[in-house]
Write a new protein. Sequence first.
Length: 234
Amino acid sequence: MFDLVALDADDTLWHNEPLYRTARDRFCALLGDGFAPDLIDERLYETERRNLEHFGYGVKGFVLSLIETGLDLTGGRLAGDDIRKIIDWGREMLASPVELLDCAREAVEALASEFPLILVTKGDLFHQESKLARSGLGHLFRGVEIVTEKDADVYRRVMARYSVVPEHFVMVGNSLRSDVLPVLEAGAHAVHVPYDISWVHERVAPEALADLHFHEVAHIRELAPLLHRLAREA
C-alpha cells in the first residue's frame, strides 16, 4: 500500500525540545525575579512566531529571539555579558550530542528493510545535516528533504519528486501542525507519534484531526505493525 514512508527527525527520532526547554529555563533565571515565567514564555513565543518568516526554524533563530525578547522586556538594558551568555547557549545547543529516542534505531532499521524511507525535516540545513550524520541513521534513508516549512504544497512537491501518489505516501512525526495536518490536506496518510513535551506553536485543536487518513501510535516501535495493518485493510 505504501510506496514511500517519510519520517520526521526532531523529537520523532531523536530528542530536541528538551534543549529548548533548558535554554528557556536559563533565560528566565537570567532575567531574574522581576519577570514572571509565564510572561517571559508569552513574550518569547510572540517573538519566535514573528521571526519565523525571517530566520526560520532552529537554534539560530531561537537565539536571536531570546536576545530580542530580553531587550524588549528590559527596555534595552540587557547587558552585553548576558547577550554573550545567550549566544553561548546557542553554541551548546548546536554541539549537543544526538540522543536517539528509545527503540528509534531498531524501528527505523525494521522499516527500512520493508519500505523505501525518506527523512523530511525542517530547520537549519547545516545543523540538520550534522544531526543526521551524528545519529548513525543516514544510510537507512533513500532521500533527505530539509525544508524551511512543512505545508501541503511542500508535501505535494516531495511526493511529485519521488513519483508517489498521495494514497501511497505516509508521513510520520510528532508534530500535529507540521507532520500531520498539511499531509492530510495533501491527501496522504499521516501517523502521529506523540512526544512528551511540545512547543506551543505545534499544537492544534483535536477536531482538526477528523480524517480517515489520520493515525496515531503511542511509540515508534508500533509503527511497522500499524503500516502492515493498514496495508491489509486496504
